[in-house]
Design a binder for this molecule. Sequence first.
Ligand code: GUN
Length: 283
Amino acid sequence: MGKIIDGKEIARQIRLQLREEVQTLVAEHGITPGLAVILVGSNPASQVYVRMKKQACAEVGITSFSHELPAETSEGALLSLIDTLNNHPSVHGILVQLPQPAHIHPQRVLEAISPDKDVDGFHPRNVGLLAIGAPLFRPCTPWGCLVLLQTSGIQLDGQQAVVVGRSNIVGKPMALLLLAEQATVTLCHSHTRHLAELIAGADIVVAAIGRAEMIRGDWFKPGAVVIDVGMNRRADGTLCGDVAFAEALPRVAAITPVPGGVGPMTITMLLKNTVIGAGRCVA
Ligand code: GUN
């Protein structure tokens, strides 16, 4: 029977550590880390995420600056707000919640955020730095996946890793992070042929495709380690990942549950990036 990787507990431990780091920054350098969170429109899922981010900031002592703007906000007004935050000394991290309304060009917005405050790691400069192995800010979800593997004592060096999903937010940066840890990485996607066979050869599988329980338990090599980034809703309303968890559990060495696996790590790594950003302001 595989071990269940407890993302909630690992996230809790990291947040305790972050709280201490924040206290040190305040006491020794007079710097309180600050995170600006911008939400345009009223996407209900985004509203929940933004609320969770603000709560998590408060938990570790980070000041959050919330900017909740109406859906009809112009791109120019949003860019002007970002410019103000880029130059605001109390703001060490800026995050624009995605997705944005259709009239706003997402890439233009991401490129307007100062790379030194880009705690999502989505600015092309930060993407490039990650690609050459010199990251400034690592994207939060894939970094959280990596930390789950490292905290669980999983060897990455020389291992065969399969990442399923090629999004800019998860799949692509995940492949780069695993490569930096000396894994041999195969990046699979919707056009990949023989996906089940590729997964059967993997020591580590990261699933980030957004299709409920698409990856079946008998695809895995016995003893594989599985990180499930999926967050899907079944027809009966219950949550599930991209992996058929109950099938996989008896076969694998370790697996993350959904919920309670990767989810709690994403916001935790956002907090960590904000503290790193603030730490860079120490004279
Ligand atoms: N929407 C879904 N995931 C993310 C994320 O990691 N960052 C931002 N800004 N928006 C998101």
